[in-house]
Design a protein. Structure first.
Length: 117
């Protein structure tokens, strides 16, 4: 099944976000071997070159480690993993508050809604 990708953001960034989400959620655990670029490209329904770009960027961030003979693995570096979790949290919260603001809610309204929830 192809991943849900849209035209609002570059595809490789959306792929990176999806892989990060899978790592944060535990779908891919620290030290896990990731599927090959070709396997992920087929799963996502994208060109392998696009997937390769996303995976190379994830390597650059330190979230994914490459072993030339064995493939790519999720890092076991807790600092990197905590940083990714924090970044994801900030992104979700920023999106949430922007959405609520666009709907006309004040910060006080949002606090009350969250507390009541």
């Amino acid at each position: 099944m192809a991943w849900k990708l849209d035209t609002k953001k570059p595809i490789y960034l959306q792929i990176m976000d999806e892989v990060k989400a899978r790592i944060v959620s535990g779908t891919y655990s620290p030290g896990d071997k990731l599927p090959s670029v070709r396997e992920l490209a087929v799963e996502a329904g994208v060109n392998p070159n696009t997937m390769q770009k996303a995976m190379s960027e994830l390597e650059r961030t330190g979230l994914v480690i490459s072993n030339r003979t064995q493939g790519r693995f999720v890092t076991e570096d807790e600092k990197v993993l905590k940083s990714i979790r924090k970044d994801n949290l900030e992104t979700v919260l920023n999106d949430f508050f922007k959405t609520m603001e666009n709907l006309g809610y004040t910060r006080e309204d949002v606090k009350k809604i969250v507390k009541d929830y």
